[in-house]
Design a protein around this ligand. Structure first.
Ligand SMILES: Cc1ncc(COP(=O)(O)O)c(C=O)c1O
Length: 413
């Protein structure tokens, strides 16, 4: 396993890159020349494999094979076979992961399935989420409560462990916070949940593909996650659900035919497939799922512990350089508590990010003031971070960001 450390010069960055055991993985990506891509936490770049597979699936399996490809090209099994590839990255059993729908829809399905298991007479269950959680995670919870009579409850940021102790219900929690990059102490949360009769649904969107996580060892029963970020599945690639060791009556609130045991019997009754497979609903997006299938090959031979170590060292480098510029970070300074991105704050953060993009360096911005720099370890090098930070320092020093075109907000930030 490569050992990474904090480099103090560009030359040291070059040395680290040269002996990086993940160096070969970068070759699998179709990165545009002249671009330093630090936004893999929002949309991962294309891999050569995914591009080739998209073309082949469209031309050969779809145009050539037509309907036969559901069987001959294995389309019908993709949600499971692709799920099994993701399982290796998160410490899950292959059959516990299913690729389906979006994170938002999967949160709804899992929370909706959990609620009927949890109420006690006269006391509806709580559905809890933390302040500062990703907006969809919170609004799905509130909407579900409106429908079911469950009680929405917002937990103070970082106070979660104390607050939900003794509360009975469902907690939706990001493993890595989308804004700060802070990593939750999963084992501690699960221990409290077990005592208070709460089921936690972990949102792994900012964790999968960058954090070394072992869901089974941590006692996690339910999770959802995104595949278009660090898994590089492509824009809008389907998300995944993880269901482990739940009772048979853990029923998806969406009784779709793809989740039915005897799907092609076309019977009038619905009997849900066991485990994660029962959380399929409708027809999977085959082109997208095929691209994801191929994209996951970028992780072949990658040890997630190494990937995690490298992301931490790259994050340390961002923080060290930001300190020298007098920039504040809202991300944990301690590497072991941080995911794959570092957020630096500045009141003109949006314009600064646009000025960086104009120079071929692509991070992103989260309102009101966070500039997020993602360090996906499979393709981001130490020299990339070093050069990006040089440009950031120059932009700040010369106030190159303070131009009208950089202040104009686009629809997507
Ligand atoms: C933490 C987190 N949860 C949920 C989502 C929403 O995912 P989806 O668009 O697949 O519903 C995102 C999207 O960026 C996210 O970052």
């Amino acid at each position: 396993m490569t050992e990474y450390h904090l480099p103090r010069s560009r030359t040291e960055c070059e040395t680290l890159d040269a002996r990086d055991s993940l160096r070969a993985a970068r070759e699998r990506f179709a990165l545009p020349p002249g671009v330093i891509y630090l936004d893999g936490h929002s949309l991962g770049p294309a891999t050569h494999g995914a591009l080739a597979r998209t073309e082949a699936t469209a031309r050969s399996a779809w145009a050539g094979g037509l309907i036969r490809s559901w069987n001959t090209a294995g389309w019908i099994d993709l949600p499971q076979t692709v799920g099994a590839k993701i399982a290796r990255l998160i410490g899950a059993e292959p059959q516990d992961v299913l690729v389906t729908d979006s994170v938002s829809v999967n949160l709804f399905k899992l929370a909706g399935a959990a609620l009927p298991l949890l109420g006690t007479p006269g006391q509806p269950p709580y559905v809890m989420y933390e302040q500062g959680e990703f907006p969809t995670d919170a609004s799905i919870v509130v909407g579900l409560c409106e429908m079911t009579g469950a009680l929405p409850f917002q937990i103070a940021a970082r106070g979660a462990l104390n607050t939900f102790n003794g509360m009975h219900g469902v907690l939706i929690r990001s493993l890595v916070n989308y804004r700060t990059g802070e990593v939750a102490d999963v084992a501690a949360y699960e221990a409290v949940a077990a005592k208070s009769g709460t089921l936690i649904i972990w949102d792994l969107s900012h964790a999968t593909g960058v954090i070394d996580v072992d869901l089974k060892a941590l006692g996690v029963k339910l999770a959802v996650g995104c595949t278009y970020k660090y898994l590089n599945g492509g824009p809008g690639a389907p998300a995944f659900v993880y269901v482990h060791d739940m009772p048979e009556k853990f029923m998806s609130p969406i009784w779709g035919w793809f989740g039915a045991k005897a799907q092609f019997d076309f019977g009038a009754t619905f009997e849900q497939k066991p485990g994660a497979a029962g959380f399929a609903a409708g027809t999977p997006p085959v082109l997208s799922m095929s691209a994801l299938d191929a994209a996951l090959d970028a992780f072949d031979g990658v040890d997630m512990r190494t990937a995690n170590q490298k992301a931490r060292a790259l994050g340390d480098l961002i923080i060290a350089r930001a300190d020298a510029m007098g920039l504040q970070t809202i991300s944990p300074r301690e590497a072991s508590k941080r995911g794959g991105h570092v957020s630096l704050v500045h009141e003109s953060g949006y314009a600064i990010v646009q000025a960086l993009i104009a120079r071929g360096i692509i991070p992103d911005f989260r309102s009101p003031n966070a500039m997020r720099f993602g360090v996906a370890p499979l393709y981001v090098r130490f020299v990339d971070v070093w050069d990006a930070m040089d440009q950031l320092a120059d932009i700040l020093e010369t106030r190159a960001w303070d131009r009208a075109e950089f202040h104009a907000r686009a629809a997507v930030t």
